[in-house]
Ligand binder design. Structure first.
Ligand code: SAM
Length: 237
């Protein structure tokens, strides 16, 4: 279970409401049963249910184990905003595939738009997906979630390493990148309608390398899973 609090071995810790609901009301954990907590900073805390009432529960934190499931490749997925269910899916899979940072991107052809007043709510929703994906995949470090940016604003940000834009067409295959690729790596994926030619041109002008995944056009979420898996295979873990 993910909690945001600092934890200490020996501490009796009151579960936050959402964790209480999940642990006690959904999974029916009772006094004496073991559970694992993590706070996104690396490592897992073994704990035992201590006190359980109808409205709250506390656990006793018994041990800490440094568990590192992170990839040595610092990978940023710069995902153009796509339809909400597809975006959720892409984010969930990106976390499972070990991205260190998730950057939502506003592009010319983004069909799905997020009004300024809805950004905070959307970020909270995406955070929930990241937490669940970390819990499921055993990641003990929480990836970074950035607020959505326009492409031009993202391009202006300094980035040491390699920036790649996935675009169908006559570009080198992602598999043909050199083995000594400078890292970290940022990977841009377009929306349902793809990047416009002007967007690809501005990326190239800014030093972003265009790469292809081959002759078939994949849905954005398929493209992101495929490219992330290939990059982890070649440069990460
Ligand atoms: N007609 C659009 C185009 O030509 O860009 C298709 C967009 S595709 C559904 C969504 C995104 O997935 C693209 O913007 C690109 O980032 C990525 N993508 C899909 N298939 C790809 C391929 N074969 N090579 C490189 N990128 C691909």
């Amino acid at each position: 279970f993910y909690v945001t609090d600092a934890l200490t071995v020996g501490q009796a810790f009151t579960l936050p409401d959402s964790t209480f609901r999940h642990a006690v009301q959904v999974l029916r954990l009772n006094v004496g049963e073991p559970l694992i907590l993590f706070n996104g900073e690396g490592g897992e805390y073994a704990a035992q249910m201590h006190n359980v009432s109808k409205r709250s529960a506390s656990v006793l934190i018994e041990a800490f184990a440094e568990i590192d499931t992170e990839s040595p490749l610092q990978l940023t997925l710069v995902q153009a905003i796509i339809k909400p269910d597809k975006m959720d899916f892409a984010l969930q899979k990106a976390v499972e595939l070990g991205v260190a940072t998730f950057q939502p991107l506003v592009t010319q052809r983004s069909v799905a738009r997020i009004g300024k007043e809805k950004v905070d709510k959307k970020m909270q929703h995406w955070e929930g997906i990241m937490v669940a994906a970390c819990e499921q995949s055993g990641r003990t470090r929480m990836p970074q979630l950035n607020a959505p940016l326009e492409l031009d604003d993202w391009l202006e940000q300094p980035f040491e390493g390699t920036r790649l834009i996935l675009a169908p067409g006559d570009f080198p295959r992602i598999n043909s990148l050199p083995l000594d690729l400078p890292t970290p790596v940022a990977l841009l994926i377009g929306p349902e309608g793809g990047f416009s030619d002007a967007e690809v041109a501005s990326c190239v002008q800014a030093g972003v390398t265009p790469v292809s995944l081959g002759p078939r056009i994949l849905r954005a979420e398929t493209a992101s899973i495929t490219a992330l898996a290939l990059l982890q295979h070649h440069y990460g873990d």
